[in-house]
Design a binder for this molecule. Structure first.
Ligand code: 16G
Ligand code: MG
Length: 556
């Protein structure tokens, strides 16, 4: 490399400087930050960010010896005018945390020189050889701004000599699947075919295997949030056993992707979970089984109307306990010579009754991490079988290499054991190992309900939720609210003295648990509380909210 030049030809700095000016920073944004789920803001303001992510994706690929990196353009459950972007690492997992600050640095340059410098800083920091190959694949959800943003991304990729492929419109988990499939093509056990059809084939075959000896309690209705989940689930149906074979009838509602403004509007997983109500378009009778995907189909929640009608939610905690029960039983029945350790990972927002059920009834290990999928994912990966779910419906199950070897090598000792082994094997194929996936989780839940012959009522009856409340309090400066490390965000270390006051308040309530943490996505703090009765919860959460308001007022 020539002194001071990024590549052997010495042309790269000029290429970046000349192209970045075509995607100027929007005046409206002071600073972009790569948060829990990447960059996310109004689609109109993201061209510059997208260009920068093209640069960073190429750097990341070169850093990992040319393995393929993914770029997903989506704003998940946000309104249609928003958009966002996140990078996917080689095994389909979220971008390594250390690189988030580089993402922030590379998109916040105020001049072409600053962007070039940020690029050079990454090259230098990781000793990256710019002349080596780089590979990137990308996809986007159904948002109107997606097609334009792709152009900005491609400009960043072209400027830095990256080989790239556009996979068009996909769900977020499909892109994660493709990244892993691409990077394992030459392995003994490739993750799957590198195509959208490969995804459906893999899941379809696994679902057929899982349903081989059982029949479903039909039907189920899926609210697709008027997002990308709708066309993709419709495509998935073509690869599933027929209604006659499986007993499962799948209805799809909220599939109007051509009307951008209805995306996530009064529907979808986030709406149902936060509003605790059925979505727009709901026409179910009591006890009808419904579920909702979010806008990019990486989250799912189930629900039904009970007598009354009373709305009943079967959220991520319920899916985690259902999956852990099912997998735990199968592992026991398969009687492996080698012990497989099963654990369930949740965040502090998990209902206490679900955690108690995991430890006391299922006798499994239960752990808590900080909010955000990447945090749960890493802890779950330490188990042979690690189930992780956030209450909001994002989660999956991870199988270690040891678990997979054990499960696939075992010689069944009886026809009954063979059946259990086949069901377990099917589960390892059905579950997306890279990230929470609404389509994959949906098929898993449907297969489990068929195996257990559970109605939604019986599923709900596994345990009784503790009365709880999640409140939000807007504060002048949310970053003042910092939590003590390794407490799963349940203790504040600042503002000083506030945690003591919260503790004093919470101690007044029977079986009270309450914590405050700054949101990573909104200018507010969240207050979560649980206690023996709804009356207690309401009072406790209000009292804690008052403590925060008094503080904010003082600042004011
Ligand atoms: C992001 C996270 C989600 C988390 C949520 C918390 C990913 C892909 N998404 O959407 O897992 O539950 O943030 O939001 O990690 P909050 O910080 O506003 O409470
Ligand atoms: Mg999402």
């Amino acid at each position: 490399m020539a002194p001071g030049a990024f590549d052997s030809k010495g042309k790269l700095e000029t290429a970046i400087a000349e192209t970045v000016v075509k995607f100027p920073r929007p005046a409206e944004v002071d600073k972009f930050t790569y948060g829990t789920a990447g960059f996310r803001t109004k689609g109109d303001w993201l061209d510059h960010v997208m260009y920068g992510m093209g640069l960073l994706a190429g750097l990341r690929s070169r850093k990992v010896n040319g393995q393929t990196i993914g770029v997903m353009i989506t704003a998940s459950h946000n309104k249609a005018e928003d958009n966002g972007v996140k990078l996917v690492d080689p095994m389909g997992e979220m971008l390594e945390t250390d690189w988030e600050s580089w993402a922030t640095a590379i998109v916040n340059g105020h001049s072409p020189e600053e962007t070039v410098k940020a690029y050079g800083d990454v090259l230098q920091k990781y000793n990256i050889d710019q002349d080596k190959p780089a590979n990137v694949i990308y996809a986007r959800d159904t948002r109107p701004s997606g097609a334009r943003l792709v152009k900005a991304l491609e400009a960043g990729l072209k400027a830095t000599n990256v080989t790239y492929k556009d996979f068009g419109i996909l769900t977020t988990p499909q892109l994660h699947y493709l990244v892993r499939a691409t990077n394992t093509q030459d392995d003994k056990n490739p993750y799957g075919e590198v195509s959208e059809a490969g995804y459906y084939k893999k899941l379809g075959a696994a679902f057929s295997a899982a349903m081989k000896n059982v029949k479903s309690n039909s039907p189920v209705t899926v609210d697709c949030a008027n997002g990308v989940g709708a066309p993709k689930l419709k495509e998935m149906l073509k690869y599933l056993p027929s209604e006659k074979e499986s007993g499962l009838k799948i209805n799809i509602v909220n599939d109007r992707i051509e009307q951008a403004e209805v995306l996530n509007k009064d529907c979808g997983a986030d709406y149902v979970k936060t509003q605790q109500k059925v979505p727009q378009g709901f026409d179910g009778k009591n006890y009808d089984r419904w579920c909702s995907f979010d806008g990019d189909a990486d989250r799912i929640v189930y629900y039904f109307n009970d007598e009354g009608p009373v709305f009943r939610l079967l959220d991520g905690d319920r899916i985690a306990t259902l999956a852990a029960t099912f997998l735990g039983e199968l592992v026991k029945k398969c009687d492996f010579e080698e012990k497989l350790e099963l654990g369930v990972v949740q965040t502090a927002y998990a209902n206490g009754a679900s955690s108690k059920y995991i430890t006391d009834v299922l006798q499994l290990q239960s752990e808590f991490t900080e909010t955000g999928v990447k945090n749960l994912h890493h802890v779950a990966a330490r188990y042979d079988i690690g189930v992780y779910f956030e209450a909001n419906g994002h989660g999956t199950v991870l199988f270690s290499k040891k678990a997979l070897d054990t499960i696939w090598k075992k010689e069944p000792q009886s026809p009954a054991q063979l059946e259990n082994l086949e069901a377990l094997r099917a589960a390892t194929e059905l579950i997306n190992q890279t990230v929470g996936d609404a389509i994959s989780d949906f098929l898993l839940v449907e297969a489990i309900l068929a195996h257990e012959q559970f109605t939604v009522r019986e599923w709900l009856g596994m345990y009784t939720d503790k009365p709880n409340k999640l409140a939000k309090q807007v504060v002048p400066q949310r970053d003042e609210y910092k939590t003590v490390p390794k407490t799963a965000e349940q203790k504040l270390q600042s503002p000083e003295g506030l945690q003591d006051k919260i503790d004093t308040e919470v101690a007044k309530y029977r079986e009270g648990r309450c914590f405050v943490r700054a949101s990573g996505t909104e200018d507010a703090v969240r207050i979560y509380g649980e206690a023996l009765s709804s009356y207690d919860v309401d009072h406790m959460v209000r009292a804690v909210a008052d403590l925060i308001e008094i503080r904010s007022g003082r600042r004011g």
